[in-house]
Design a protein around this ligand. Structure first.
Ligand code: FES
Length: 569
């Protein structure tokens, strides 16, 4: 909590006209046009970030959440004021949502800083929105509290329980293999997303929500409540009330989020078997406060953290099941001895105090006991080697055990277009014992680091029943996907990484135990390849605008793909 002698409420950040009294007079004259009284305008102001968008089904309940947050703010004596920021949905962002995450974070930061508010409630949910909200708000460092939209309910397809987006990929894979016809896949599209809310599996949205709760920036129990349940609205109301208190206490992100908070979030990531995307996002979020969420830290924490949560894609259940099992609390209880329990949270209490106040545990089968986990440890591991000098990640919990020590022949695709053109060719020279390599799908190469790392099994192998192969790229992968897939190879191929020099037939060696990923090509041969390598032509339109800013300043995956000028020196 910081000493706060700053102007409050409407007097904050007055527009510069050279006469502060006039600035306040003018500001009040305009806001009174919306019917506010002097009494209302004298209250603590709680800004509420509105991320509703007609393009974002994961945020379809934001208007209801805003009403609940407003109710909480007013019950506590504050004045709620909503304002819009960019909203990004995974399937409606070209070229990718990741391309726009940093733009959204800049929007959030600057709108919080520019407008008068004593605290701010962030509302988000879909994959990139929670990281962008946290990045922006942590940089602005105004008292902040997060409310997520919550997961969608699971659907039902002729008696089979399904949900976005693990089942989207599984059913699409069956369609590709000829097991589901066109009418069948069309019918599935009407059942996969049965309600508002974020993807109902342990994808990126669920992972970021749970990590945010563990980090202490959200009120307890908030991560797992489904979007359409009344509990979600009660949680939102409490969040609104608490937003008034943190304004009075001047409790800022920099007072709450420490290295211990980030470590707790990383430990939660490993324990829930979370999405690989989250390591990029947490690196960016931590980086805004000068904290560390490096691959080395992730890997070290993973070695001592059991994987406990039985949700798709690695397990078989959905987020609504985790909610019924108690949400994050039973997970934290199982790893309690290794958490930093004295880390402060937005409640004003420590994580340990919050946990002690959580409802007592009850019998359930979703969160496994640490004594009988889904995996003893290492849900996600970091790799390095001659093919990934600065690192790569592998979600071991979702990989095939027989591919974790593997050596195979590279089958190379130069970019996404090449992949789309040839992966299903009957002439493709590929067997199940090969390693599929995708280049130029990283932060700069694609651009926007698409979720293309889930490279499909070549159709001629899929038809023979091949379900998994070792696949690698500088891309990301949806947290809802599964398989033996190495991602985030750094440096990326478009940034001078050795991945750009891999050729068909090269031998690639993965040793997950030793944490190595190597290209078995001599130094002399690599030097010769580098000498004759021709960089690709610039992306169309990269001489101006946001694309230019992005390409000039985006960092690599291990630094969170944040813009270099947004990371404090
Ligand atoms: Fe929004 Fe999955 S598409 S959370």
């Amino acid at each position: 909590m910081s000493e706060n002698n700053d102007p409050k409420g409407m007097k904050r950040g007055l527009t510069r006209y050279g006469d502060e009294a006039f600035s306040l007079f003018l500001r009040k004259a305009f806001i009174k046009a919306m019917g506010y009284t002097e009494d209302a305008l004298s209250r603590p102001i709680v800004g509420i970030v509105d991320t509703y968008s007609g393009y974002n089904a994961c945020h379809a309940n934001v208007p209801d959440i805003i009403e609940a947050v407003k109710r909480g703010v007013m019950l506590a004596g504050g004045l709620p004021v909503t304002f819009p920021v960019i909203s990004i949905h995974e399937s409606f962002a070209y070229p990718t949502s990741m391309f726009l995450r940093n733009l959204m974070s800049m929007d959030v930061e600057e709108m919080i800083k520019a407008q008068p508010m004593d605290s701010v409630v962030l509302i988000g949910g879909c994959d990139k929105t929670v990281p962008a909200l946290l990045m922006g708000a942590f940089s602005a460092d105004c008292p902040t509290i997060l409310e997520v939209t919550g997961p969608m309910m699971a659907g039902n397809l002729r008696g089979e329980r399904i949900g976005a987006c693990t089942d989207c990929r599984r059913l699409w894979g069956m369609h590709r293999a000829g097991e589901i016809d066109a009418a069948g896949i069309e019918a599935a599209s009407e059942k996969l997303v049965p309600s508002a809310g974020t993807c109902g599996v342990m994808g990126t949205a669920s992972t970021m929500a749970l990590m945010s709760e563990a980090m202490g920036i959200m009120l307890p129990e908030g991560a797992a409540i489904p979007a359409v349940m009344s509990d979600r609205m009660r949680h939102a109301e409490e969040t609104g009330s608490r937003a008034v208190s943190i304004a009075a206490e001047n409790l800022k992100p920099s007072d709450i989020i420490t290295q211990d908070s980030i470590n707790n979030a990383l430990r939660t990531l490993q324990a829930i078997g979370g999405s690989t995307n989250a390591i990029v996002h947490i690196a960016a979020v931590a980086g805004r406060l000068g904290l560390d969420a490096s691959l080395n830290r992730l890997d070290a924490i993973g070695k001592e953290t059991p994987v406990l949560v039985d949700l798709k894609p690695a397990g078989k259940n959905y987020m609504e099941d985790l909610y019924r099992a108690g949400g994050l609390a039973p997970v934290l209880r199982e790893i309690e001895s290794s958490l930093a329990l004295d880390a402060k949270t937005v409640t004003g209490k420590t994580l340990g105090e919050n946990l002690a106040a959580s409802p007592a545990a009850w019998a359930q089968e979703i969160v496994k006991p640490a004594s009988a986990p889904l995996a003893k440890n290492e849900g996600m591991i970091a790799l390095r080697g001659s093919l990934a000098p600065n690192g790569a990640v592998l979600k071991k919990a979702a990989a095939s055990p027989d591919l974790l020590q593997f050596e195979g022949r590279a089958v190379v695709f130069e970019d996404l277009e090449d992949l789309a053109e040839r992966i299903d060719s009957e002439d493709l020279d590929v067997t199940k014992d090969d390693v599929i390599v995708l280049k130029h799908a990283g932060p700069k190469g694609a651009p926007g680091m698409p979720e293309a790392g889930y490279i499909p099994i070549p159709i001629k192998l899929a038809r023979k029943g091949v379900k998994d192969m070792l696949r690698l790229s500088d891309a990301r992968m949806s947290g809802t996907a599964f398989g033996t897939i190495i991602l985030h190879i750094s440096p990326e191929s478009a940034d001078g990484g050795p991945l750009a020099l891999v050729e068909n037939g090269d031998i690639i060696k993965l040793d997950a135990d030793a944490r190595t990923l190597d290209l078995c090509v001599s130094d002399e041969e690599m030097a010769a390849r580098r000498a004759r390598y021709t960089p690709r032509p610039p992306h169309a339109g990269s001489d101006r605008g946001y694309l230019k800013l992005y390409l000039d300043t985006v960092t690599q995956a291990e630094d969170g793909c944040d813009f270099d000028f947004l990371i404090p020196k």
